[in-house]
Design a protein. Structure first.
Length: 426
């Protein structure tokens, strides 16, 4: 049998699809969730520091370490289970435990993360959440509980996965600093299905929080883009004034363009990431297959009313930045055209002046050449007279007649000689 050469990444890429299994969660149960992200340059963070921080937590419970370079981990720590994942900009920790606290959403649940360990985290908290899972055979009592646990005006509650579970949240930070999620599972609902829904809720909250970073960036850029817009508008309007110096205006336009490119370079990653995170939020909600619970708003409706406007603001700012950049480029091109036309006119005038000067120089040269023929002829005639005077005396020829006879031939000879020299030079 012939041996087929394997692609070096075949197994790695195939296993990647199975690398992040969903946790299993029995009802009743509880979970504490934490997402950490460096305040700056999160995508270029030191990932070894993230793994070292994970190992520091595992060592407190004598748990097994992850593989070197791992981006995910799932294992038991004490009486609980820990799920850890490393993403592009953040890392997440989920601690799962059986049973529920007597006091709903007791902050002690988050105490599973040691305080000194949290203080040494290589990043800042993006979000954290407490999840409570209860068994509910029917709908009785659910509304009373969620009305007591959540802010009614922000409450989102829905049946999911063909009414096998009911999920609820108000997406508000409680006095302990955490989001709250409640899951009511029917008795027949399996642990894996509960775990998948719990994971989806954590993902919705995390990617929602990451998306909102784009809104903060958009608001931060709003004033600066407004100032650049006014500067660009003033420069474009000033281009219509003939008294405006194009070179100065072009310099100012290039300065505006450079600033816009700088802003775009710093904001492009955040805006791009926001769009990707928004898509994930909507996909995770869609996967839940929501149905309305007793006329209350669903998670999708909550996001449509509260989350979508924020995302539209981000998109609007991104489009505004791109439009300003395009306007600056068009204005610069237009001004360069105007500068080129004016320079062409100046060059034409300069060439005409040079042609006039050349014509004057030619005429002067011709005049000088004519005078030169006369001067050279004068000296040549005198030399000829000196040379032929003895012969003229011998034949009794008067010197005046000798000079008269030589004048025309000498002038003609000099003129012909000068003409030949000029032909050779040209």
């Amino acid at each position: 049998m012939a041996v087929i050469t394997e692609h070096p990444l075949r197994y790695q890429l195939a296993n990647e699809l199975h690398a992040r299994p969903f946790p299993s969660m029995k009802a009743p149960g509880r979970a504490a969730y934490l997402a950490l992200k460096p305040a700056e340059r999160a995508a270029a963070r030191d990932r070894d520091a993230d793994r070292a921080h994970l190992i520091a937590l595992l060592d407190r419970f004598g748990a097994q370490h992850p593989q070197p370079g791992a981006t995910h981990y799932f294992g038991q720590i004490g009486k609980h289970f820990l799920k850890w994942e490393s993403h592009t900009e953040f890392v997440t920790y989920t601690i799962l435990g059986e049973g529920v606290a007597e006091r709903p959403f007791d902050a002690a649940t988050f105490g599973l993360f040691p305080e000194d360990w949290l203080a040494a985290a290589p990043g800042t908290r993006v979000t954290s959440a407490l999840i409570r899972v209860e068994v509910a055979e029917g709908d009785e009592g659910i509304i009373d509980k969620v009305a007591d646990w959540f802010v009614p005006e922000s409450l989102a509650i829905s049946r999911v996965l063909e009414d096998e579970l009911v999920v609820a949240s108000d997406f508000r930070i409680d006095h302990g600093g955490h989001m709250r999620f409640a899951i009511f599972a029917r008795p027949q609902t399996g642990a894996r299905r509960i775990g998948r829904v719990l994971q989806r809720l954590c993902e919705i909250e995390t990617y929602k929080a990451m998306s909102m970073l784009g809104l903060a960036k958009a608001r931060d850029l709003s004033g600066r883009l407004g100032a650049l817009d006014r500067r660009l508008t003033d420069l474009v309007e000033g281009m219509q004034d003939d008294a405006t110096k194009p070179a100065e205006t072009l310099h100012a336009l290039l300065a505006v363009s450079a600033e816009l490119e700088s802003v775009a370079a710093r904001a492009s990653f955040r805006f791009g990431a926001t769009g990707a995170y928004e898509t994930i939020v909507n996909q995770r909600i869609e996967i839940l297959r929501e149905d309305r619970f007793q006329g209350r708003q669903t998670f999708a409706e909550f996001m449509m009313r509260r989350f979508d406007p924020a995302m539209r603001t981000v998109k609007s700012t991104e489009y505004r930045l791109q439009a300003l950049t395009d306007r600056a480029v068009r204005a610069s091109d237009l001004l360069r055209t105007r500068v080129d036309v004016e320079r062409s006119a100046e060059n034409k005038a300069l060439l005409e002046a040079m042609n006039q000067r050349a014509e004057l120089q030619l005429r002067l040269q011709q005049t000088v050449e004519g005078l030169s023929v006369v001067a050279i002829s004068y000296y040549a005639l005198n030399l000829c007279i000196y040379l032929l005077t003895p012969l003229a005396k011998a034949v009794h020829l008067d010197k005046g007649w000798l000079a008269a006879g030589l004048t025309l031939p000498v002038v003609a000879a000099v003129w012909w000689m000068v003409r030949q020299i000029r032909k050779k030079l040209h």
